[in-house]
Design a protein. Structure first.
Length: 262
């Protein structure tokens, strides 16, 4: 499974680092060039040709940093594709998209234009715990613990699988299901704030390095790769120091532009 990281932060910003300026983009992971897992970053990181290869978009929840790139992606593609792109998520996500974003006030309704017969986007409701086939990938949504209805995902492709937390704080069912997943090779787990902001993290239902370590232990799979994402740019340096201090041998901090093979 090929994973291209278009965006992997919990907000946007430009950071000055020892290697120069680095752009932090909101979460968007392109799988096998044709499925977008969350859409915080999409059109701004892909050429028009690359955008046209996307056939499915699977969303974890409705927060803006996970859907921000979807309206402009639809705008770019409305006259360049002949088959609608399937946008999938739990019902609360799909209903919220129609009510709050594609409502002809905030943005045109690309679920009905250019025409009802040939829209740019089509919607599919996902039932937690059920497996769905998109772009030759099997994706199972599992509810997690966030401030709005949110699902993580178990993603399987042939003899390889990974678990994606979505935005969450302490949760159980996702790790229970992931432990049973055949061929589990990696975990993508969010970490939004440093440990000094643990109260804010609990209030906003996010993880810090200390609580991420507790969640990773629940998987009981210390051998698999741990990819940490959703770092808030304003606290990135501190979060990175605390993550490295955990001394988890398989831990990797994701960055925009990386391509991973799982």
């Amino acid at each position: 499974m090929k994973i291209t990281i278009l965006g992997c932060h919990g907000s946007e910003g430009i950071l000055d680092t020892a290697d120069g300026r680095r752009s932090c983009n909101t979460c968007g992971f392109l799988l096998n060039d044709s499925l977008l897992l969350d859409a915080g970053t999409a059109a701004s990181a892909l050429s028009l040709d690359e955008q046209q290869r996307i056939r499915h978009i699977v969303l974890s929840h409705l927060h803006f940093d996970h859907i921000k790139g979807l309206p402009t992606l639809a705008d770019n593609l409305s006259e360049h594709i002949h088959v609608p792109i399937t946008v999938a998520g739990i019902p609360e996500v799909m209903n919220g998209l129609r009510r709050h974003i594609f409502n002809s006030n905030v943005y045109p309704d690309f679920f009905t234009i250019p025409s009802i017969e040939r829209p740019t986007l089509s919607s599919k409701d996902l039932k937690p715990g059920n497996a769905y086939s998109f772009s030759d990938l099997e994706i199972t949504p599992i509810l997690v613990n966030h401030t709005v209805p949110t699902s993580g995902f178990i993603v399987q492709h042939h003899n390889s699988a990974f678990v994606y937390s979505g935005d969450t704080c302490a949760t159980e069912e996702l790790w229970d299901e992931a432990r049973r997943a055949p061929h589990l090779k990696a975990a993508f787990i969010e970490c939004s704030y440093p440990d000094s902001l643990a109260t804010l993290a609990r209030t906003s239902k996010h993880l810090t390095p200390a609580s991420l370590a507790q969640e990773f232990k629940k998987l009981d799979r210390p051998d698999i790769a741990l990819y940490v994402y959703h770092l808030k740019p304003a606290y990135k340096a501190q979060i990175v120091r605390e993550l490295r201090a955990l001394q988890i041998p398989t831990l990797h901090i994701t960055e925009e532009g990386q391509t991973l093979t799982i």
